[in-house]
Design a binder for this molecule. Structure first.
Ligand code: NA7
Length: 534
């Protein structure tokens, strides 16, 4: 006997949508969430300056016309509190809370071959039995602290950005250190520089950040957003990244030098990620095209930072787009302030923490507070922190020890009836749009199994192997193949180097998923386990 037909793990944007769809389909479902509220990323990441890098109105849900009509976004790129309000509004409007258990951290999941069910156990010992499990635990949700000596001896105030306490953290007048200069570090640094007594930025790798060019949405814009919502949705469903922008069809070298520069200047002044997603089509496959962009960006950084030595330290030596490009608002000017110091860890590494600060090979920094903007055990981290045991006693940790293995990002051989949303070997980009197709597909699949009375689904080893080859073949010709980035697991000590995302894009993934389903779930064994079928 199962407690629920389906258990969804995670009340972030994908989990909430999944819960809604399954309930609409009349399937019994329960959602377990570790946090104290809904919103996932936008529940946990309360750090100063936390803000979207997708256009707000392309980030929300599209499944309800009423919701689109009732919700107004205040800015082109809104901040965390507004997003958290949005997910709470959705949870209330669609009465999702009655099927959500907050403060419920799933610690283990065990497959039982005899009954074709999963048993989930929570950190506080509660047990749930379900036919299907859908993990919506997020790509960037398992925070990482750096492994520096003495870190546990530090007695000052410290926070990881994604575990920022809900109450006000008051940094005014304090000596603050920030470790990490990814999207998060950049947002924090530019937000707190003016209010703290001193700010020391510990930078391991500089990033190519471009202006966000945010603005408050006017009533006229909101009206247009409402009227064109479904057209914009269709546009986002047709781009590889789920953003509303597409790359320019020409090569960077199909146009004159002047036209190329003018175009970069245009992108520089447009809102959002356009330098990345609206650039020439060969940005990520032609080193010279990419260098044309980085030369342009380098000049911008040098023009904005007064001290040429500091500017030099802020200029990356990797290709633009190899790491997800941060968006900024006055970030580079922060380094012109007298109270801000940039410590380049490639020149002067951290040796250890003390009770009162940080010692590098060059200096000692006395700090009242340290902010760890050091990122996540990305993409697989949240799942590998759960003890998951599938068929034949196979553990997910073991199966993924050399890198993630999935079939079409959503299913894993040896793990029947286990679905993953927004997980490894799937597309990133504008996350809700990239993952929406997976949620729709999982709903269709579970509904089908439910209707025809099939209790077990598992991808074949061959289908999984083919998908891994496809994932690798799509990233291989791109400049991303050379990246040191979380997409490759490079930021997590000891993690095998493997591409954790999918460069084929969401359109191709959705097509492949639909083709499999249309062909009676090609690539899967339905019902009996593969061995007994053969
Ligand atoms: P990121 O992008 O992983 O950035 C983490 C930053 O922390 C990055 O600059 C890292 O340098 C740095 N880092 C990580 N470990 C260390 C240690 N041990 N010492 C010093 N510095 C370190 O995470 P974010 O939270 O900024 O952004 C994640 C995503 O959220 C982002 O891509 C957007 O999609 C939104 P590194 O580059 O690894 O050398």
């Amino acid at each position: 006997m199962v407690d629920y037909e389906v258990i969804v793990i995670g009340a972030g944007l994908n989990g909430l949508y999944q819960l809604h769809l399954l309930r609409e389909a009349g399937i019994s479902v329960r959602l377990l969430e570790a946090g104290g509220g809904v919103g996932g990323t936008w529940y946990w990441n309360r750090y100063p300056g936390a803000r979207l890098d997708s256009e707000s109105y392309t980030y929300g849900y599209y499944f309800s016309r009423e919701l689109l009509d009732e919700w107004d976004w205040s800015e082109e790129f809104v901040t965390q509190p507004e997003l958290e309000r949005y997910y709470n509004f959705v949870a209330d409007k669609f009465d999702l809370r009655r099927d959500i258990e907050l403060g419920t951290e799933v610690a283990s999941a065990r497959w039982d071959e005899a009954s074709d069910t999963w048993t989930l156990t929570t950190a506080d010992g509660r047990r749930y039995i379900s036919r299907f499990v859908i993990s919506a635990t997020g790509m960037l949700s398992a925070p990482q602290l750096p492994p520096y000596a003495g870190i546990e001896t530090y007695r000052g105030e410290w926070h990881h950005t994604s575990r920022w306490p809900a109450g006000e953290v008051d940094l005014r007048g304090k000596r603050v250190g920030v470790i990490g200069t990814g999207s998060t570090g950049i947002q924090v640094i530019q937000s707190i520089a003016a209010e703290v007594d001193s700010l020391t930025v510990f930078q391991r790798t500089p990033n190519w950040a471009t202006p966000i060019n945010n603005h408050a949405l006017t009533p006229d814009e909101l009206l247009e957003i409402r009227e064109t919502a479904m057209d914009v949705h269709a546009v986002t469903q047709a781009t590889d990244t789920g953003f509303k922008h597409s790359s320019r069809p020409e090569s960077a070298f199909d146009v004159s030098d002047d036209e190329r520069l003018a175009y970069f200047e245009q992108l520089w002044n447009e809102p959002g990620m356009t330098m990345y997603v609206k650039n020439f089509r060969d940005l990520m496959v032609n080193a010279d095209a990419n260098r044309a962009v980085t030369d342009f960006l380098e000049r911008k950084i040098r023009a904005r930072v007064d001290d040429p030595e500091i500017a030099e330290r802020l200029i990356p030596d990797h290709f633009y787009g190899m790491k997800r490009p941060p968006l900024e608002n006055g970030y580079y000017e922060v380094y012109n302030r007298a109270n801000v110091r940039l410590v380049s860890l490639s020149e002067t590494p951290i040796v250890r923490f003390t009770e009162t600060g940080i010692v590098t090979t060059e200096s000692t920094f006395e700090l009242d507070a340290v902010i760890f903007a050091t990122g996540f055990d990305a993409v697989t981290g949240a799942l590998s922190r759960i003890d998951i045991v599938g068929a034949d006693g196979m553990t997910l940790q073991h199966w993924w020890q050399d890198g993630p293995r999935t079939f079409m990002a959503t299913n894993v051989h040896h793990f029947p009836n286990f679905f993953i949303l927004g997980g490894p070997q799937g597309p990133g980009g504008n996350n809700p749009r990239s993952v929406e197709g997976q949620v729709d597909w999982v709903t269709r699949c579970i509904r089908y199994l439910h209707d025809v009375g099939i209790g077990r689904i598992e991808p074949t080893a061959a289908a999984e192997e083919e998908w891994i080859e496809h994932v690798n073949s799509t990233v291989a010709p791109t400049l991303s193949a050379q990246a040191t980035a979380w997409a490759w697991g490079s930021n997590t000590p000891g993690k095998a180097r493997a591409y954790q995302l999918y460069a084929g894009g969401q359109v191709l993934l959705r097509r492949k998923m639909a083709e499999s389903a249309d062909a009676g779930y090609r690539g899967f064994v339905l019902g009996e386990a593969e061995e007994s079928v053969a």
